[in-house]
Ligand binder design. Sequence first.
Ligand SMILES: [Zn+2]
Length: 159
Amino acid sequence: MTEPTETLKAYVQDDDCITITCPVCNQPACLKVESFRNKCQTFKVRCACKAVFKVKVDYRRFYRKPTEIPGIYKSLIPPGPGGEIMVINLSKGGIGFKAFTGHGIREGATLQVSFELDDKKRTYLQKKVNVQNINGDVIGCRFSDPDLFEKALGFYLQH
Ligand SMILES: [Zn+2]
């Protein structure tokens, strides 16, 4: 079998996974890439169909900045109450926060989170997010529309 010469691009998501689609059999595959971090950005993947192809991983797009920012959330879907949160990390793709015990947040819910960045201007952000994973009081969310992030957030993540 000939190796496809093109290199696939992949972005690291908030769960440290990349999703790639095999160019030969079109099967999507999820790879955990944490172990590749700070190593070679391009690596070879062998699909279940035995095709071998190259993947170039972009770690920067979803670089997660550790934070300690108080905020609030409100449950939109299902409609429900909200509460105070502590934003513990931020990326262009999403947000991780700690909610208080007994928060009642479920995977798949849509929330609205509001907080002020701890930058000089104290930029106020209000974002719609989808809950991706829950680990006790720690909630991992993805922005509903990751392309719609504010300039201020992009600047904040670079500093
Ligand atoms: Zn394949």
